[in-house]
Design a protein around this ligand. Structure first.
Ligand code: NAD
Length: 263
């Protein structure tokens, strides 16, 4: 299937590693030019060089904290200056801290709101005018399975990703007639640096091995294994493609069957 991504320009946020990196790689493999960001420049530039060398596509990397609206505006302006436009936006950020209602401070709520919700609002605000002008756009938010089935001890993620989902569903209706789709993709337990780190942290906390911590998650997943980033990225590339032109306002999990709800 030709996804129709050749020559499109995609901005993928938080892409030096993990899910963002995998999505960037898949879009580059389909012929898209890339604008990538992450907080740490060295790791980001390494990722950009590797993707560009592997796929022969231009990749611009700009160290950016997506929680900072001024930095987001600079990122989008630099991307537009380099490529002339942004056709595809994939929003993403690092995960917020774990915690229950009682353990989380007002400052942590504020920081997580900036990281998970404000970043999506500001990235979207910056790219929408150009998408409207051209009558074509794809906005894809990386959220989490927690929007369909909250995960214990992840109060911030459960709450703020639901807010992103509400915003995306509302925006999808507002821009649908302008050729712009807005969707969310929901990772389940996927083998990234973050999940390996979480397994190690759980192991230390509970006096078990990291392998045992991972095995506990796998026991909850009908496929009995973690997902691989490239399995996630395949759907992301499709939802960003020309071929996904009649899909908008949805939230699609890639979770090996973890979510037990009917819809
Ligand atoms: P990861 O930690 O492996 O990678 C995160 C990336 O985001 C890195 O490139 C990092 O540099 C970048 N980043 C972090 N904070 C940033 C900021 N403020 N501004 C710009 N870049 C920033 O994480 P991942 O596993 O790829 O997860 C990506 C997102 O998906 C996270 O929000 C995570 O909570 C969510 N998620 C992941 C899983 C999973 O199993 N991997 C499951 C559900 C949800």
């Amino acid at each position: 299937m030709d996804l129709g991504l050749k020559g499109k320009v995609a901005l993928v946020a938080a892409a030096s590693q993990g899910l963002g990196h995998a999505v960037a790689e898949e879009l580059a493999a389909e012929g898209a030019s890339l604008i990538l960001c992450a907080r740490h420049d060295a790791a980001l530039q390494e990722t950009c060089a590797a993707i560009s060398a592997a796929h022969g596509t231009p990749v611009l990397g700009l160290a950016t904290d997506v929680a900072d609206p001024a930095a987001v505006a600079r990122l989008v302006a630099a991307g537009q200056a380099r490529f002339g436009r942004i056709d595809i936006l994939v929003t993403n950020a690092g995960g917020p801290p774990a915690g229950t209602f009682d353990t989380l401070s007002a400052e942590q709520w504020q920081a997580a709101t900036q990281l998970l919700l404000t970043s999506v609002v500001e990235l979207t605000r910056a790219v929408l005018p150009g998408m409207r002008e051209r009558g074509w756009g794809r906005i894809l938010n990386i959220t989490s399975i927690s929007v369909k089935q909250p995960v214990a001890n992840l109060m911030l993620s459960n709450s703020l990703r639901a807010a992103v989902t509400g915003m995306a569903r509302t925006l999808a209706t507002e821009v649908a007639a302008q050729g712009i789709t807005v969707n969310n993709i929901l990772p389940g337990y996927t083998r990234t640096e973050r999940v390996v780190g979480l397994a190690e942290a759980t192991a230390t906390r509970e006096g078990i091995s990291a392998a045992e911590a991972t095995a506990r998650w796998e026991a909850e997943i009908p496929m009995r294994r973690l997902g691989e980033p490239r399995e996630f990225a395949a759907l992301a590339a499709f939802l960003c493609s020309e071929r996904a032109s009649y899909i908008t306002g949805t939230s699609v999990p890639v979770d090996g069957g973890w979510i037990r709800s009917l819809l």
